[in-house]
Design a protein around this ligand. Structure first.
Ligand code: ANZ
Ligand code: ZN
Length: 829
């Protein structure tokens, strides 16, 4: 008695023990049901920040909970260790990128261990290990063989500060995502991965991802950007330049009778042919292609354009219409050419007005009579066709169908689908990345390194200058090789891969991290996949999470997996902010986890970040609020410490006791709390409300032990409550839970304790009454447990006899559940 809560000593004791007993390692031969709990792997930038602490505290709570529930849990961690900052650090501090990275990994690993996260450390990987990146190279070669990796010249985003190419995703508002410099265009030969081949399954398979947040799915859907439309041939009116035609992409073929000019992208092949004999056009093109691609894509640039002096034929009206070139048409979307319909498209409208081009209204809204001469804006909705030959009078949607049929019948085009997503440019003119395993031979051309010669090692001996030339190109012993085809001298590719490649499949590697004859053994991965829950920041909603899905689909083509999707449930955690802004060095609002751990302990810090908000919401850091969880742990500690003797000698509950009122009420609270906490973690990952429930139970325990003396039966009940508190707390504050469990006399640690069960009779399930409305009118009431899932509440509401009378024979449009209060059923009138 009177033992103070020495968190530092306690935490270090258990951390050492967990390492010693290899407590959290997992094997695929274990018979228990598997659970794969994954958190996004950190970039080893130097030290752990609060965002990491939060991400990993959430994951750790889930992993520990599932273990206690009897699952065989895989909970791995590794390091996203390649990438730019290591080179920037090399420039700044003169440290070799590898040494800098390894030192950071060592330091951050100690930090993670000091926080007590339950990782399978035997599976730790670092993507800068040749054992890891050789498989990036191997994948690249497989993709090359299948035509999924290819090279093409293209305008790329060039960061003039980092002197490197950026992926579209790494350009934010026309600026470099890392250094914020204005991005410019540059033409370079680049390596691409054909992610567009998977655009359709990437989109369609989202239907099978009910466990993903709708915000993430929407972001991905927009990023993929599927458009259904038509490709139509507009023949050149004069048979100059070899005749031919312009293929346009439109989503609005119903407006074709209003197409009064055609616009080509400046980069369009026909534009350059026409420019050959037209200097004004040539110089227009030259200036335009230098414009910021990203701004052009977003339509942020001032519209400019020039007439080519040539005409095309509108295939529906047979009229001659002029061909223009303008910056608002992009080469890498659709066909790089549009039929312009100024009366019904905003950009065409602005362009036509600026250049005095003809305008023809062919779609009428229900009520008004459009006149192209007086229109102030384009009318862009669907409507009824006018002045459209045989199609006049049809509604837009019918006309689209009929017109598509006509162009297909007459060989004028076809219905077509276009996507906004672009192939993934993975070339980086950088050192600290995976070398792209390709060789250039004067005789044989471009060919891959032999698989038996992998990995192509990143040479250690390099000089990093930070200047435009690739570091590897200046390293002759790397550059010069022999051709895998003819054994003559040849050159290596000196570009390295985008580091998003590394993180696209690491979660498969974890299942078989030391596999040396493949990226992993398919049968081992099959045991663990899919990932049951994947937790990480919302900022990875498109980049990383699309690449990870793409890679899985690609691996399925290679026969490495049968998974269509790698992740079952995705949890996007909110940010940790302070003083209204994301914690960052620039803002000077960073709170160092180490300092909090030193002052309060890891358990308090973990409890704090979990208690402040549910996982998806922001946590707004407030120093003073650390006191709450700190006091709470003190309180539990003191309780057990004070009562340890009585608790230790209390015998277990047999079931034939007759409880007095106080005992019954504490038992009820205990079982309700177990039910509540289990439900909150299991159903919704609502870790904050789970913790709040434990806090309430502790209050009840304090109340139950006064006044003294207590009869023996009361101590049984108090012991039951105390054990429940310790076990329920163990996913959140594992060190103190272990220590208290030991104090209660259990020798084998929490690993041999299982998650407490509740007796629903004792819990006397808390019920709530839902009012059920049909189209806003009260039609029934249902009584349900407060823990019932939303699905079940809906089901019960719809099954209610009186409700059924008002929904029968009607189309069910929506069912809205307001928790604990109301179910609103919306049916067709
Ligand atoms: C004629 C038309 C008439 C159009 C109309 C729209 C309204 P989404 O929905 O984003 O896919 N377009 C096609 N290719 C383009 C390119 N490479 N650069 C710029 N614009 C392009 O947009 C499809 C529409 O964007 C297409 O349909 C085309 O304009 C334009 F009343 O064709 B539309
Ligand atoms: Zn050769």
């Amino acid at each position: 008695m009177g033992r103070p809560y020495e968190f530092e000593e306690i935490e270090r004791k258990w951390q050492a023990r967990w390492l010693e007993t290899r407590e959290f390692e997992a094997s695929e031969t274990d018979e228990r049901p598997k659970y794969y709990c994954l958190e996004m792997l950190p970039y080893p930038s130097g030290k752990i920040h609060m965002g990491h602490v939060r991400n990993y505290s959430i994951g750790d709570a889930i992993a520990r909970f599932k273990r206690a529930k009897g699952f065989n849990v895989l909970h791995p961690i590794g390091w996203d260790a390649l990438g730019l900052p290591a080179e920037n650090a090399a420039l700044k501090h003169g440290a070799h990128p590898e040494d800098w990275t390894r030192a950071n990994i060592a330091h951050m690993k100690r930090q993670l261990q000091r926080l007590g996260f339950s990782y399978a450390w035997d599976r730790e990987i670092a993507t800068c290990d040749p054992d890891y990146y050789r498989w990036n190279q191997w994948f690249f070669i497989q993709m090359w063989n299948k035509g999924l990796a290819f090279r093409k010249k293209g305008a790329v985003n060039w960061c003039p500060v980092d002197l490197t190419v950026l992926a579209n995703e790494q350009v934010v508002d026309g600026r470099c995502w890392r250094c914020d410099a204005q991005v410019v265009n540059k033409e370079l030969e680049q390596w691409f991965l054909r992610i567009t081949r998977f655009a359709e399954p990437l989109l369609a398979d989202m239907e099978g991802l009910p466990g993903w947040p709708s915000t993430v799915l929407t972001l991905q859907r927009n990023w993929i950007g599927r458009s259904e439309g038509s490709e139509i041939e507009f023949a050149l009116a004069d048979p100059t330049h070899g005749g031919g035609s312009i293929r346009v992409f439109t989503t609005r073929i119903d407006t074709v009778y209003g197409a009064t000019f055609v616009v080509l992208a400046p980069e369009h092949p026909l534009t350059s042919r026409l420019a050959a004999s037209n200097p004004a056009l040539g110089s227009y093109v030259e200036t335009t292609v230098r414009e910021d691609k990203e701004k052009r894509r977003l339509g942020e640039l001032e519209q400019t354009g020039i007439a080519t002096g040539h005409d095309a034929l509108n295939p529906f009206t047979r009229e001659r219409i002029p061909i223009w070139v303008a910056n608002y048409v992009l080469m890498d979307y659709g066909t790089g050419a549009v039929m312009a319909v100024p009366a019904h498209d905003d950009r065409d409208f602005a362009f036509a007005r600026a250049h005095g081009l003809a305008m023809k209204a062919v779609i009428q809204p229900p009520s008004a009579d459009l006149d192209a001469r007086t229109m102030q804006n384009a009318f862009t909705d669907h409507g009824t066709l006018v002045d459209s030959g045989e199609f006049t009078g049809l509604p837009s949607l019918d006309a689209i169908r009929a017109m598509n049929a006509k162009i297909e019948r007459e060989g004028l085009g076809k219905s077509a689908v276009t996507y906004k997503i672009r192939d993934w440019g993975i070339s980086r003119q950088r050192y600290w990345g995976t070398p792209i395993p390709m060789v250039y031979c004067d005789e044989c051309g471009i060919l891959p390194v032999r698989e038996t010669d992998l990995p192509v090692l990143l040479p250690r001996d390099v000089t990093i200058t930070g200047k435009g030339e690739s570091v590897l190109r200046n390293n002759r012993s790397f550059l010069e090789t022999t051709c895998p085809g003819c054994d003559r001298p040849a050159r290596r590719e000196t570009d390295t891969m985008d580091t998003f490649v590394d993180s696209s499949w690491y979660f498969y590697r974890y299942t078989d991290p030391r596999c040396s004859d493949g990226p992993f053994r398919p049968e081992v991965a099959r045991h663990w996949f899919p990932i049951d829950v994947y937790i990480g920041g919302i900022e990875h909603a498109i980049l990383h999470l699309i690449y990870a899905r793409f890679w899985t689909k690609m691996m399925r083509e290679l026969g490495l997996t049968e998974d269509a999707e790698p992740v079952d449930v995705q949890l996007s955690q909110g940010m940790v902010i302070k003083d209204g802004a994301k914690m960052s060095k620039n803002k000077g609002n960073v709170v160092e986890p180490d300092e909090v751990v030193a002052q309060y302990g890891a358990d308090t810090l973990r409890l704090y970040v979990l208690f402040e908000a549910p996982p998806e919401k922001e946590v707004s850091w407030t120093d003073q609020r650390l006191e709450g969880p700190a006091r709470f742990l003190q309180r539990i500690w003191r309780f057990v410490d004070n009562e340890v003797d009585a608790l230790a000698s209390a015998s277990p509950i047999e079931g034939n006791e007759s409880w007095n009122e106080l005992e019954s009420s504490l038992r009820k609270k205990t079982h309700q709390t177990i039910q509540r906490v289990t439900h909150d973690i299991e159903e919704r990952f609502h870790l904050n409300t789970a913790i709040a429930a434990i806090m309430e139970l502790v209050n009840e325990m304090y109340r139950a032990v006064e006044p003294r003396p207590l009869r023996d039966d009361t101590w049984k009940v108090v012991r039951e409550a105390t054990e429940a508190v310790i076990l329920l707390l163990s996913p959140f504050a594992p060190h103190v839970a272990e220590e208290l469990w030991e104090t209660l006399g259990y020798g084998n640690g929490l690993r041999s304790a299982s998650w407490p069960r509740f007796d629903s009779e004792v819990a006397a399930d808390e019920k709530t009454t839902f009012v059920v409305q049909v189209n806003g009118k009260l039609r029934g009431r249902i009584e349900v447990s407060v823990y019932e899932s939303e699905e079940e509440v809906k089901r019960l509401a719809l099954a209610d006899e009186n409700v059924k009378r008002f929904t029968e024979g009607k189309e069910l449009r929506r069912v809205i559940v307001v928790p604990r209060r109301l179910v609103n059923v919306v049916v067709s009138p």
